[in-house]
Design a protein around this ligand. Structure first.
Ligand SMILES: *Cc1c(COP(=O)(O)O)cnc(C)c1O
Length: 399
């Protein structure tokens, strides 16, 4: 057995590898510098082009570019009519923004539990948490694996709820052959550097519904309209005239970010293919490691995975998750944990949420960690990660 680096042995590799990393090439840099040399650095042609590109790629009728994924979720909730006194059902195994967006609107996030195999929100648990005050469901395609769209759609139709899909992880994924972005009432994307496609920061919202689209456009730019048809006091006083008809925000994306995202999107098919290749290599390598449990996709999902999660079966190991994680770090494979259940955070605890609300999510959380997954990884990187996982498992295996 190889001696662990944390116990003084040699690490599996000399340079650190991290769980996620952007891939910016010369074409991306050129696209950004072209904008910086042009007349418009914000709200120009590149934002329009990106919105068209995203709508075409996802098959959605409309797309609105915004400053980040959190802004996307906020205006999605506003467009859905979420307000004070309402409840919004989401998953606890997500980034905090999936729940914070309800709080921004004065509404209450309600946490439904997850499926123990897919780690995605369990439609039956959504159903169990519906009250008269429920207004929307924010379903997260965790790691890029599609949620049970048909089941969630049926529940939302039955109870007249707005189906918001938090697809921050899932650009490039498809459900029953339809791209994520065209499925829910409103879909939100993020272009943070760890996500599959990046703009530094950036986000977008897609929808097939004109009414939602008009609201999304309004909310992302101060609630101000230049469209006479939307104005109360038209005919207006002159070409300068506009009206503020809602309380909106400045959630606009710059043109240089839009150019970067559009340039990145041209590489999305390649990014997806490489991510899928790495996922397959990991799946095969860990299939016969009983201490490692793997996330399962539903058969309907063609997943463009943003994260690869291993779940430790801690009953079969002599170490804690923390010790496993630290041993991986010493091997120079820097993992991460996605995510601490949202309602465990002090802010949520102060709001009155208690631990134990979603036992499945809490149980899954105990054993999970994300290992490196990004398209620029070489075959050798992938090999190193597999080597490190197996080495650490062997050293901590019980019996
Ligand atoms: C990253 C992320 C967000 C927020 O996106 P930002 O662009 O960072 O604001 C929302 N939800 C999930 C699930 C995310 O991973």
């Amino acid at each position: 057995m190889e001696k662990l680096a944390i116990d003084g042995g040699f690490p599996v590799r000399s340079g650190k590898i991290y769980y996620g990393r952007q891939w910016i090439d010369e074409q991306d840099i050129q696209a950004v510098s072209d904008v910086l040399r042009s007349d418009f650095i914000t709200c120009g042609p590149k934002v329009d082009e990106f919105e068209r590109t995203l709508a075409e790629y996802t098959g959605a009728k409309y797309a609105v570019a915004v400053a980040n994924g959190t802004a996307a979720l906020h205006i999605a909730c506003l467009a859905a009519g979420v307000g004070p006194g309402d409840e919004v059902i989401t998953t606890p195994l997500t980034f905090a923004a999936s729940a914070n967006c309800a709080l921004y609107c004065g509404a209450k996030p309600v946490f439904a539990d997850i499926d123990p195999l897919t780690y995605n929100i369990d439609p039956e648990s959504i159903r169990a948490h519906i009250t008269e005050r429920t207004k929307a469901v924010v379903a997260v395609d965790f790691t890029g694996a599609c949620v049970k769209n048909d089941e969630i759609r049926a529940i939302c139709d039955e109870y007249n709820l707005v189906f918001i899909e938090d697809a921050a992880h899932a650009i490039g994924s498809a459900y029953k052959g339809k791209m994520v972005g065209s499925l829910a009432d409103i879909t939100c994307f993020s272009f943070h550097p760890v996500k599959t496609v990046t703009g530094g920061e950036g986000g977008a919202v897609t929808t097939n519904n004109k009414e939602y689209y008009d609201k999304l456009v309004l909310f992302h730019t101060h609630g101000i309209t230049h469209d006479e048809a939307q104005m109360e006091d038209a005919p207006h006083e002159g070409v300068w005239y506009y009206e503020q008809i809602e309380l909106g925000y400045n959630y606009r994306l710059t043109d240089f970010q839009a150019a970067l995202i559009t340039s990145q999107m041209s590489k999305l098919p390649r990014f997806k293919a490489r991510r899928q290749e790495i996922v397959k290599a990991y799946d095969e390598a860990f299939a016969d490691v009983p201490e490692i449990l793997l996330e399962r996709d539903i058969p309907e999902s063609d997943s463009c995975r943003h994260l690869y999660i291993i779940r430790l079966d801690l009953d079969k190991l002599k170490c804690t998750r923390r010790e496993f994680f630290d041993a991986m770090s010493a091997e120079n494979v820097q993992c991460q944990v996605h995510y601490v259940p949202v309602y465990w955070f002090p802010y949520y605890q102060k709001l009155g949420y208690e631990k134990g609300l979603c036992p499945v999510a809490e149980k899954v959380y105990e054993g999970i960690m994300s290992i490196p997954l990004y398209p620029r990884m070489t075959d050798e990187d992938v090999h190193d990660v597999i080597h490190a996982v197996k080495k650490v498992v062997e050293n901590y295996r019980k019996g």
